[in-house]
Structure formats: C-alpha cells, structure tokens
Unconditional design. Structure first.
Length: 181
C-alpha cells in the first residue's frame, strides 16, 4: 500500500517518531497512519486529506455539514428525490460554513421543492479537506503520531489506550464539533 503524498503524516515522519530505521514494517506503519487519520477525522469532523464527500439526509432542513474545511469554490451539488422519487438537481441555495455545522440556505426568492419521504431524499456532494499537508494544523499531525505510536507498540496486545486517547483528546479539544441535535 502506498500512502497518498498528501497525507498529513508521511511514512518517513512516522518511522522517525517510532525510531524505526528498516523497511520491513512499512506496510503496517502505513496502515496505522491511515487508521489514525480516519479516527481523527471521524472524531473531529475535520477532513485532513482533501477529497469529495457525499452525505444523504431525510430533508433539506436536516442538512448539517459537520465536515471541515469545506472548499466552496469547487463543485457543490445538491440532489433530491422529488415526490415521485425521481432524482432532481437543485441550485437555488448556498452552503454557509460561517459556523459549524455548515447549513443550507435558500437563494433569495427561492423555495425548497417537495421531496420524497426517504432517509436519503437529499444528497449533498462537496469537496472538503486541507489543500496540502503543510496546511494541516500541527495538533492533528501530533495526534496522528500519538495514535500511530500506540498502534505500533500495542499491536500484539489488547492493553487499554486511555492515556493515549486522553492525550489525543487534549490536543484536539479546540477542533471538536459539538454533538448534533
């Protein structure tokens, strides 16, 4: 497995952190890097590696975009299932990311169309994530390294990781998204 060159923490940085100077564990370390980044993205809503994100909702009002940062100048698509369950595209809206979570707002004079009753009646597709690894805040990189270190050291045991999780939570406390109602 080859890491994306835009990963916030690369293989060389992780190996330096782990004090590993051979290549025989590279594959495992790359897996730990991916697992750590994904864990942090899930816990904070911050997308550390830029990519397209698609989320489905039951209604327009239910759209709450917890991912951050959102790239507003790239493709943003809003599709919905109309009353006959046919897929439609809606363009009379804007996505505000002034607060988290981001929310949809109607364009002036527009109204929301009628939609089907379904858990996935509204689908929003957007681009999220930091432009390059240098733009990722240091706290995220340090949290990734802490998790990689734990995964590497505890790979053969089931010992609890509470101290590591507490340290990661401390590093990321300012980046956590409040629970959605």
């Amino acid at each position: 497995m080859a890491l994306d060159p835009n990963e916030p923490v690369g293989l060389d940085a992780a190996k330096l952190h782990l004090r590993v100077d051979t290549d025989d564990q590279d594959s495992a370390i790359e897996g730990y890097i991916l697992a750590a980044r994904r864990r942090i993205e899930t816990r904070t809503g911050h997308i550390l590696l830029r990519r397209e994100v698609t989320r489905s909702y039951a209604s327009f009002d239910a759209v709450k975009v917890r991912e951050f940062p959102i790239v507003l100048d790239e493709a943003l698509a809003l599709e919905y299932l109309d009353a006959a369950s046919a897929s439609q595209t809606f363009t009379d809206f804007r996505l505000s990311t002034a607060t988290r979570p981001g929310r949809l707002y109607l364009a002036s004079g527009a109204t929301w169309p009628g939609i089907a009753t379904a858990d996935d009646a509204v689908t929003l597709t957007f681009t999220a994530g930091y432009e390059d690894p240098d733009a990722v805040p240091a706290e995220f990189k340090e949290a990734i390294l802490l998790l990689v270190g734990h995964f590497f050291e505890a790979r053969a045991t089931a010992e609890p990781a509470q101290a590591v999780q507490d340290a990661v939570d401390y590093l990321l406390v300012d980046y956590r998204l409040p629970a959605l109602a």
